[in-house]
Design a protein around this ligand. Sequence first.
Ligand SMILES: [Zn+2]
Length: 643
Amino acid sequence: MLLNRSARYFPALCLLFLSISVANGQKAPIEITADLSDAPRKLFHADMDFPVGAGPLTLISPEWIPGHHMPSGPASAITGVVFTADGKTLEWRRDDVNLYQFHLTVPVGVTRLHAHVDSIVTRRVSQRLAALEWEALMLYPAHVPVRDIPIQPSVKVPAGWGIGTTLKPISEGSYPVPAAGSVTKFAATNVEQLEDSPILTGLYFHEYPLAPTIKPQHFLDVAADAPDDANLRPAVLAEVANLVREADALYGSHHYNEYHFLLTLSDVAGGMGLEHGQSSDNGVGEKGFADDVHQLPESDLLSHEFTHSWNGKYRRPVGLYQPDFATPMQGALLWVYEGMTQFLGDVLAARSGLKNGDEYKDGLAMVAAELDYTRGREWRPTEDTAVAASILRGGNPTWENWRRGQDYYYEGELLWLDADTLIRKMTGNKKSLDDFEKIFLGKGGNTGPLIATYTFDEMVQDLNQVVPYDWAKFLHDRVDKINPRADVAGLEQGGYKLVYKDRPSKSERMMMAAEGRRGGGVNCWYSIGMRLGPDGTIADVLWNGPADKAGLAPGEKIMAVNDKVYSGDALREAIREAKDPSKPIRVIVQADSFVSTTRIDYHDGERYPALERVDGTPAYLDDIIKPLTTPEKAPDEKKEDAE
Ligand SMILES: [Zn+2]
């Protein structure tokens, strides 16, 4: 409602409007107290008090969750809902169509309604930590813009557990580790902002201030299942501090009053990366940052979610903003929201030292090869993966090569790399996508938390401010059209080309080693066209590749290869031996309850993607990942580039 077309260009005005609506709201705030004492038993509780008048009242819980890009509100997990007023229980009825709504009638004379809610939690909790996203517990009046509903939150956590959040504590007492049994009260905000302000709590909890010279303040709040894991390596702390400085230099603006990276290290609480305007909810395995091998797959997590504070939270495609968490989101521009964030998060990770230059380039090679071998691009444009995001997320992974997945992430990375190197090429490396980011993500200068929506046309205008070009055609050609091959122009303009080698890059070997803990398998995608789990179960088959032509399918299990019981090594050996054209790859396959033998006709040996420098061309790819600030390195651990 506040963000109409003209508001896009005057976000500072919106901020003013927003502050007024909170400060001078007609109603007293809803009061909500989240009780996380039962988190180890996978239960959250909440008590809420609503200022009400007599008559019909509809309360609702969030359905379309920002950042999820799908209707994933946890209404089905809400239980034990009891409404009371003046000591009497009130009847309620769920709406017959919108199952997130509770209808009540408030009796005459009642001015305050109480609600109790329990929520059964399945993720982001362990015996030692919990992350609360408020949609798990929050009810609020339906049919009102959520930014116009004032709410005052409080939280109770298990004894001795610390609290990390961007919410401002206002109660007396110790913080961030409150006294046992106490309730920590936070400053009033509105429902939109509360939904955007998760709480991390844990027994093994550390709050690390980052880059103190950069204002506003940044914190890394860590909760782990084991005490040692919460003590992050000095190298990691230095790299995350670099990230704060690099983002400050790249974006030249900020849209938060204070920023908190919330990070769990737990094999139980699960992986997570969810953006918020003033914080991010990040989850890695308990050893996720313990060494360089485990760090590599997680190296762009914090930089990606941090970037979303600018791209996705502050600047949001108009179709992805809904004033009430009930209106369906439209994902058509997710190749900007997520795709550009994928590009920027990766670049910032490299500029900060969270990954080194070779790891960045090896990663790009893997991305480019993966997309170039995605056969679904023969029928489905990238834009459709964005439009259909909410049905692609979490879907059946089999035959994904033909169906396509959420390709707007990595397609976006290659697309914005193409745009960056093109700008560098057209301007003799005097300008880059960095200049676009300052314009596009910095409109209105520094603001507090705020959503300023944009359209495709505005983005094109901003690109034209950097360097005049037919950017609309550039984007339409790459996003809306059928493109049977991936966009590798950015690699080539950057001075590199995609090649295939007979052994995996160092980064790919590290990724496989890191995955080994989670039961990694074998990747024969660019040779026989199959990915397999550790027991030989086929995860996916390359459409029209050698394994597909041999009649193999995802879900089937390779039991034996060339007379040997299946192992990843046996399969790779068979692929190498089959370079001799007289030697086929023979496999025994279990499909459901049947077993059969088949031959895979393939003789080119193992193939793994890599980038190769094209001599005599400008190496813009190396320029893109040069730090903009003086990096901080921990004295004891210096990351060295791979050979
Ligand atoms: Zn994202």
